[in-house]
Design a protein around this ligand. Structure first.
Ligand code: PLP
Length: 377
């Protein structure tokens, strides 16, 4: 599914030197290396501020808290994402309302969000939190318009979308504020937990910096209840090295995705979506968007049987995500039930993520496609 050693081996010397520098300087929390990474990340993403923190989950919480989400504030997001997209809203003290996804991209549907905004909960909504799922931006033409027209804050969950673009603007600079994750399996990955908040607003950036250090603007004077969500020096050092390679890796992921497309089309298995009948529906890149292929996710009807079949042949695959968030035990209090979001529920039964990483070879991809063809025949 993912072989991180293929990325590590050629970088070993550089990474060990960077870690050695942290030990030499003893700057273990924030410090020089984190500062350098923050600067290069901001330049790379084309944003005014990039603020390192301890995880993607904390980045979401920081972004929401800085944007004023708290008691009495409702945020609309998607039921088809990682748990943190919703739990962070609740941790910030806000209320979460969900809207269904677009079956062609698996991203939050702007039409569904507009229905929620017109509905009984609509008036309490102050922000929208679209997730750029699998490495492709949510429809920002629509969300940008909805945000402007209704005066709503737009908060990006860009955890899976480092270097993804919407009409030439990179994820992280599309909304008012954004959250990234550098969890080891993400496109841009640390050697442990790490995350980042980005924004073009000086005011929001200042609030994020304050909240990531216990609400302190001056040492030991606490203006608000913040938390300890700082990035550590080792993670900053690792990420700063990887900044030199990330463009090449994104490019390589796009090549791998194109090869899957070509191999699946050549095998005759590909069908037009959004729903599968007897073959598989391939993921696609929306016009105007630059997909960075954090995941390559197909749809198929006999998904669980296919997954078992691949596992026997030692071919990795994953289901992101098997149970939509509105059906999770921990989120029962949101008040939804089976049938509340039919597109998310159907996707949860049909999606399968195939192996994808920059170093994946064409012969390995051919093996994956051949196995799927064998199963479907
Ligand atoms: C990974 C991920 C997160 C959480 O990031 P962590 O660094 O694991 O805390 C949040 N949202 C999405 C969509 C993710 O994929």
């Amino acid at each position: 599914m993912l072989d991180l050693k293929r990325q590590y081996e050629p970088l070993q010397k550089e990474l060990l030197e960077a870690l050695g520098h942290v030990l030499q300087t003893q700057q273990f929390i924030l410090g020089e290396q984190v500062g350098r990474f923050e600067k290069s990340a901001a330049a790379h993403l084309g944003v005014a501020h990039a603020i390192g923190c301890s995880s993607g989950t904390d980045a979401l919480w920081l972004a929401l808290a800085a944007a004023g989400v708290g008691q009495g504030v409702t945020v609309v997001t998607t039921p088809f994402s990682f748990f943190a997209s919703v739990s962070s809203i609740l941790r910030a003290g806000g209320a979460a309302v969900l809207a269904d996804i677009d079956p062609a991209t698996f991203n939050l549907s702007p039409q569904s969000v507009e229905q929620v905004l017109e509905g009984p909960n609509g008036n309490s909504v102050r922000a929208i939190l679209p997730v750029h799922l699998y490495g492709q931006c949510a429809d920002w033409t629509a969300f940008g318009r909805i945000g402007r027209e209704r005066g709503l804050k737009l908060i990006e969950d860009a955890a899976q979308a480092w270097s993804a673009e919407w009409e030439g603007t990179k994820a992280g600079g599309l909304g008012d504020i954004a959250a990234f994750s550098f969890y080891p399996t993400k496109n841009m990955s640390a050697a442990g937990d790490a995350g980042m908040v980005t924004t073009n607003s000086d005011e929001l950036a200042e609030r994020v910096r304050m909240l990531r250090q216990h609400g302190m603007r001056r040492r030991y004077y606490h203006d608000e209840i913040g938390w300890n969500t700082r990035m550590d020096g080792f993670q900053g050092a690792i990420l700063d090295v990887k900044m030199r390679y990330i463009d090449g890796w994104s490019h390589a992921r796009r090549t791998v995705a194109r090869r899957y497309h070509a191999l699946f089309h050549a095998s005759g298995l590909a069908e037009a979506g959004p729903y599968p009948s007897h073959g598989i529906v391939l993921p696609h890149e929306v016009a105007g968007s630059r997909h960075v292929w954090h995941q390559y996710v197909i749809r198929t009807r006999r998904r669980d049987a296919l997954r078992d079949f691949l596992a026997i042949r030692q071919i990795g695959s994953e289901i992101y995500y098997p149970l939509p968030l509105h059906l999770q035990d921990a989120l029962k209090s949101l008040g939804y039930s089976d049938g509340s979001f039919p597109e998310a529920e159907r996707a949860a039964h049909e999606v399968l993520a195939l192996p994808i990483f920059p170093e994946l070879r064409e012969d390995e991809q051919q093996t994956v496609v051949n196995a799927i063809a064998e199963f479907l025949s």
